[in-house]
Ligand binder design. Structure first.
Ligand code: WTA
Length: 645
């Protein structure tokens, strides 16, 4: 990695943030945060402007995070109404369906109409300010309408990714005591239907507290129906009023809950609030992508993940941008689909995940070169570390060497980008997330929590020293878990769960999770969740799950399974266990390898030594380190012998 950094191209010399401006603004954001945020909060229209900036303590005995506390605003107003005078006929969304023949644009005026009517439908069903509403949706415009309608009336949405199983959906509905679900008859991905309504019906057997289910008719498939509980959106829209006044919300009122996996236990309901989140989403969208009025911005994420929340819906729409929403998959009907869409809609900024880039790379350059990409000016990457080889291919082939690649590091918890290059400010190093966003203070600590020096090359655990407006505020319903998860490992600091290094030039490189969180194709999963799905099978007595390197997915799921006495491993049981995980969590969590193991490596106190399991799964059996603390060192040899290659 001794190559010289790739300089800022001439096309970005007039970017909003130049190298000098970055240095000046970053310095100001740290030295004079109140002054800095007083300016930045003006990105948002306030019903009542906040008189104070922040009130934050990372002390675990007095943990609180509040931004713009006495401000009053409405997110939907900011994403729609305020653009109407200048942008009524500008496309807010461009929808590209799973099938290439299906696409259309929705202007800001139309978005206003859809969202107001949708808001009135929700009110008609009894949804009130503060109620939790679960969305289990395909990637169709109604997903965005539903989110914005919740925001408009002050309801709190919880979007559950459509790839999660009924069991997983039920758990998330119950956890936030959501009495309302919005879904569709079916989704379609890569030509295949996804039975969303049927999954909701199954989930509600396990979550009986739901009063109303609102379904979008999307494919027209036959679906089950519970009279009194189930409603069609198109029927309810018939008499829905076309105007709905936006609810004035306090800056710290909840905007949404989004479940994400941690290293222990069930998924956590990450709670984001109104003012700080919106300022952060809008600001990062504007700076990272050097947003311009005529951009066609395409983030390929699903709205079921935070990337879809912040960079399909809230960030771009707050900035009056045109945001492209894609229902399908990058490789269907052919491996050139992404580039066909880029050419068709003249996409200027493309924001996708390394796993997609690696999958496309396998098909070679031809499918890319088959389409006109002259509209592209900037590329982005998100969700997992990008290997330099994939970075270079993305930059050279997809972006014709003209388009900078912004490798944005952040998390569900952070609301938006925390470490990323800015295209007009930073020379790029392939694989490096580069420099902190304004107001962000990353630091490295060793395993004992000692701060590593702030200069020179260093590697350690990545922490953040202070708050930023887009930071999550709590784990829904379990504030103690919020404190324990993020502020107790290294007291006084937010622990990201990631490892990182900073090179001699000050560039940040994210090295991946240092906890038991997996990143499978950019989808975040906890080993504990997969283990509990496995042990729920009657044949299993114990399970341990680790990640291992996977060429396309970044990480694969490797499961060690110990069977109950009297049970013998065979192919049928292996399949049954994979099905079990799909059933409990969803297809995203399908194990890549299952190794039946007579015993797991444990310390004398009974703790499983995951480090050893990781090394064996990675095939690094020569570097197992110290195994002398194991209760039965012989276990290791049998694990090595049984490794799934
Ligand atoms: C990883 C997705 C390296 C990281 C926005 C983080 C990354 C986790 C990058 C959060 C990146 C995300 N480089 N790693 N550019 N972006 N990650 O909550 O491990 O789904 O902690 O948020 O993804 O995943 P989440």
């Amino acid at each position: 990695m001794t190559d010289a950094p790739i300089p800022v191209p001439a096309s970005f010399k007039d970017a909003r943030i130049t190298p000098e401006r970055y240095a000046e603004l970053y310095q100001r954001s740290i030295a004079d945060p109140d002054g800095f945020w007083c300016e930045e909060l003006k990105r948002v229209d306030w019903i009542r402007a906040p008189s104070q900036i922040s009130d934050v303590s990372f002390d675990r005995d007095d943990l609180h995070i509040r931004w713009f506390e006495d401000g009053v605003l409405n997110v939907a107003w900011n994403c729609i109404d305020r653009h109407l005078p200048a942008r009524a006929s500008k496309p807010a969304l461009i929808w590209e369906g799973d099938h290439p023949s299906r696409h259309h644009a929705i202007t800001y005026a139309q978005l206003y109409d859809h969202v107001c009517r949708f808001s009135n439908v929700l009110k008609g069903l009894g949804v009130r300010k503060g109620d939790r509403v679960t969305l289990y949706m395909p990637m169709i415009p109604e997903a965005a309408y539903a989110m914005l309608a919740c925001a408009r009336i002050g309801a709190v949405h919880s979007v559950v990714f459509g790839g999660f199983s009924p069991e997983a959906l039920a758990g998330r509905i119950r956890d936030c005591e959501s009495a309302f679900v919005i879904t569709a008859d079916e989704g379609v991905r890569g030509g295949k239907p996804v039975p969303l309504k049927a999954n909701v019906d199954a989930a509600l057997e396990l979550a009986p507290g739901v009063k109303a289910v609102l379904s979008v008719r999307h494919t027209g498939a036959d679906v089950g129906w519970v009279e009194g509980r189930d409603h069609w959106l198109h029927e309810r829209l018939l008499d829905a009023d076309a105007h709905c006044a936006p609810e004035p919300m306090n800056a710290e009122d909840p905007l949404f809950i989004l479940y994400t996996s941690g290293s222990t236990g069930k998924p956590k309901g990450v709670l984001h609030t109104t003012g700080g989140y919106l300022v952060w989403a809008a600001m990062t969208h504007a700076y990272t992508f050097d947003h311009r009025e005529d951009d066609v911005f395409w983030c390929t994420a699903d709205v079921g993940w935070v990337t879809g929340h912040s960079y399909i819906v809230y960030g771009p729409l707050a900035n009056g941008a045109t945001s492209l929403m894609f229902e399908g998959v990058p490789t269907w009907p052919g491996p050139d689909r992404i580039w066909e869409v880029v050419a068709k809609h003249k996409v200027t900024v493309l924001y996708t995940a390394p796993t997609a880039i690696r999958a496309l790379m396998r098909f070679g350059d031809e499918p890319v070169r088959a389409h006109d990409r002259s509209s592209l000016r900037l590329l982005g990457s998100v969700g997992e570390p990008i290997n330099p080889e994939a970075w270079r291919w993305y930059h050279q082939v997809c972006g014709e060497g003209r388009c900078p690649v912004v490798d944005t590091w952040w998390q569900t918890e952070t609301g938006g980008h925390l470490i990323t290059p800015l295209p007009g400010a930073h020379a790029l190093k392939p694989g490096s997330a580069s420099f902190p966003m304004f107001g962000v203070r990353p630091a490295l600590v060793d395993n004992e929590g000692n701060r590593l020096p702030e200069t020179g090359a260093q590697e350690g655990n990545l922490v953040l020293l202070g708050s930023w407006p887009g930071q999550m505020r709590t784990v829904y319903g379990d504030h103690q878990r919020f404190i324990d998860t993020y502020f107790s490992t290294y007291p006084g600091m937010y622990f990201t769960g990631d490892g990182a290094r900073r090179d001699a030039d000050g560039y940040w490189w994210i090295t991946g999770r240092v906890d038991d969180v997996l990143n499978i194709s950019g989808h975040r999963l906890g080993t504990a969740e997969i283990e509990s799905a496995l042990v729920a099978h009657e044949a299993v007595s114990e399970a341990a799950v680790v990640g291992y390197p996977h060429d396309i997915k970044g990480q694969g799921i490797y499961c060690y399974v110990t069977l109950a006495a009297g049970r013998e491993p065979d192919a049928a049981l292996e399949k049954a266990l994979k099905d079990q995980v799909r059933k409990e969590i969803g297809p995203v969590a399908s194990p890549d390898a299952i190794q039946f193991a007579p015993g797991l490596p444990k310390t004398r106190s009974g703790k499983i030594m995951r480090r050893i399991l990781r090394k064996i799964a990675e095939g690094e059996t020569g570097a197992l380190g110290d195994t002398s603390t194991l209760a039965d060192p012989g276990v290791v040899d049998s694990l090595i012998a049984g490794r799934k290659g």
